[in-house]
Design a binder for this molecule. Structure first.
Ligand code: SF4
Length: 389
């Protein structure tokens, strides 16, 4: 029996907590704290404690055409038929749970090879924070809009530093666990304006921060009118990278005939996939790169089975803009391949996929927000930061 700990990043929300996956005979079987992580300092929420399970459930292990197993060559040939469509006939929906490197390759493939006009992320929202976790400890007032602690529990845990240091937590949103923690609370299921008592408190603050979920458009509109640092919180683990890569939210266009979609982790996003289903019925071709079985893989013309988070190496970017290393703890099941390899196969080898440091260097050169980050810096427990917006 071989037992090892693999230090990596939680695959769930955009807080980016470090953790150790416990790997027995090549299979992730559990999670242990990683105390050197400056993000959670060893603390994990319930989802993070069950990160090993994400690698095991409802996996797709072989390529499928029309729901039937086929060889990889046949599946790639079928998937390449998407190039027969052009411009706004092709839509590309990308999971914001891919690594930075995989997301960069998919976006490059969509733009350069497919010439797709409609490219976006399946779920997660957009926005670039100007605050970091340490700013919670320096703020005299933090305004929370929406139930942010439920979606990002360890980020929520850090918000206690506001009160510990004499600052005040304000809350606007529905009745929730987040509301219970706040000093000043305005309960509202919907919001378009900031109530006067909260607006006055922000105006009087020296170092205010406003925190809200990246997919909360109403909160974003309120925050845009305030003079405060913003903590824009993603409840997917790499939504911040999608914003840096210029990927907005995915909306299926009226002219779409063919869809290329990358999905991951069914229990988190299955509701989102379900809402897409009625509009997929009229498509002529659906190519799904999928780690897990979902409504989307059931509906797809061709399914290319992919490795999931922590089955292939790379980096992810937390809501703070902290770039950290994810490591391949266990092998992908059956014939599933690294998403980067799948893109390379579809692009006839135009994109090299094995050297993740090289892909990251290409990303840094192409995406200004990643500035001058050197790959080796990311090895450190604290990672490296992209530029603030
Ligand atoms: S707060 Fe987010 S990143 Fe941290 S353990 Fe929980 S789900 Fe994972």
């Amino acid at each position: 029996m071989e037992l090892k700990y693999v230090t990596t990043i939680c695959p769930y929300c955009g807080t980016g907590c470090g953790l150790n996956l416990i790997v027995m005979d090549g299979k992730a079987v559990g999670v242990a704290p990683y105390h050197r992580s400056p993000v959670g300092s060893g603390k994990l929420c319930t989802r993070g404690l069950h990160a090993a399970a994400a690698l095991a459930e409802w996996r797709i292990e072989e390529p499928l055409i029309g729901g039937q197993p086929v060889e990889w060559d046949a599946a790639i040939a079928e998937a390449k038929k998407i190039a027969n469509y052009q411009g706004d006939e092709i839509a590309v929906a990308i999971s914001s749970r891919l690594t930075n490197e995989a997301m960069f390759l998919v976006a490059s493939f969509a733009r350069e090879i497919l010439g797709a006009a409609n490219i976006g992320i399946v779920y997660g929202g957009t926005g670039a924070s100007t605050a970091k976790i340490v700013d919670f400890g320096k703020a005299d007032v933090v305004l929370l809009i929406g139930d942010v602690m439920k979606k990002l529990p360890i980020t929520g845990n850090k918000l206690y530093h506001v009160q510990k240091n004499g600052g005040k937590l304000l809350y606007l949103g529905p009745q929730s666990y987040t509301a219970v923690q706040a000093d000043v609370v305005v309960i509202a299921d919907e919001y378009t304006e900031l109530p006067t008592e909260l607006a006055d408190a922000i105006a009087a603050a020296k170092n205010p921060v406003v925190a809200y979920l990246a997919n909360d458009a109403a909160a974003s509109a309120i925050a845009a009118r305030l003079s405060a640092k913003t903590a824009i919180l993603y409840d997917t683990n790499n939504g911040r990278a999608a914003t840096a890569l210029g990927l907005g939210s995915f909306v299926l266009g009226e002219k779409t005939k063919a869809l290329f979609i990358i999905t991951e982790t069914p229990e988190m996003e299955e509701d989102i996939y379900a809402t897409l289903m009625p509009s997929l019925a009229n498509l002529e071709l659906i190519v799904a790169v999928a780690s897990n079985a979902t409504y989307i893989s059931d509906a797809a013309t061709v399914v290319l089975p992919a490795a999931a988070s922590n089955e292939y190496p790379g980096t992810v970017t937390s809501w703070e803009g902290r770039v950290q290393k994810v490591r391949a703890a266990s092998a992908a099941p059956g014939g599933a391949k690294c998403p980067c390899e799948i893109i390379s196969l579809l692009a006839d080898g135009k994109y090299a996929w094995e050297d993740k440091a090289k892909i990251f260097a290409d990303l840094v050169a192409a995406v200004p927000a990643y500035g001058q980050i050197v790959y080796e810096e990311i090895e450190k427990p604290e990672g490296a930061f992209i530029k603030e917006a």
